[in-house]
Design a protein around this ligand. Sequence first.
Ligand SMILES: [Zn+2]
Length: 339
Amino acid sequence: MSEKILRLSQIVGQATAVKILQAALPPSLPGSGYLFAGPAGLGKMSSAMAWAQAMFCVSRQGHDACGHCGPCLKIANGSHPDLLILAPTVKSKKVKQDIDIDSVRGLIERLAYKPYEAERKIAIIEDADKMNLHAANAFLKTLEEPSGDTIAILTASNPSRLPATILSRCRIVRFTPAPLGEMVDYLTRKLGIDEKRARTIAVMSKGAVGASDPERLKEDIELRAMALEFIADAKRAPTAKYFKQARAMDKEKNRETVDKFLSMILSLLREMAVMKFTGKYDNVVNVDIIEGLDKAGRGYSGRGILGLASAVEELMAARSLHVNPFLTVSLLLLEFRKD
Ligand SMILES: [Zn+2]
């Protein structure tokens, strides 16, 4: 079980956050309220667990948990009595229920006891931005009147949903997309993925380790390749090829696909426009396909690319009015063949 928990030094791409957390380990005095803020998949929860482990570890090595002592193993097994975790109930695959006032009250009650084993208790509220207003207000008192032996860690991907009163009581630790190089390193070393593919996965996961599962990104990667091919070949390739594609997307289960396809085309066009107008390549997000982008861009003028980008935006707006995918792709093809 213990290998499931990462140690602070194993968190990928969050050097700044990890440094802040390590600096607050005893003998330093940690604050009483922390908010781990940043998009999903960046390792906020793993970092909270790793920090708790480092905090409770009885044979800490430098600024990290040992991973083997009693408290470390208890955290890994989910059985440490001084670590309390509150998270939204997962309703279905994507929908998480709000955290209600009763569960927050339950947590507060448990926080009223002295720590059992450690010097302090740690309460983690995962997706704290899912607390409804009553729940948030109930928890505010805990932050306003810290007992001295409790650390509250809130994680949130939308911190602006939290009341300002909560935000002002927390030290904010920001989680930002991992640098490309670190993601590639992680994917090649830890997962044994070859470098070319690792770069693609790093780009497509937007620097989020939690979103870097190659299987789950497969569809997006294919769709981006299709979008690039469309931009490069739309003028020349036989129309029938696209009608076939369009028909495939028209099937009920693929309706989302056409929207994704359009937004991929749009983002690639925007990158091509920037490359064309500035002659600079250093801010390109899709670095792993930069040669393909450059090559595809040669078939269009800068102005032409901008025109296409706004045509795609119009089609995206039309999609929200339920214009069907087949018609959408057909219109898209016409736009690309205009000039
Ligand atoms: Zn330990």
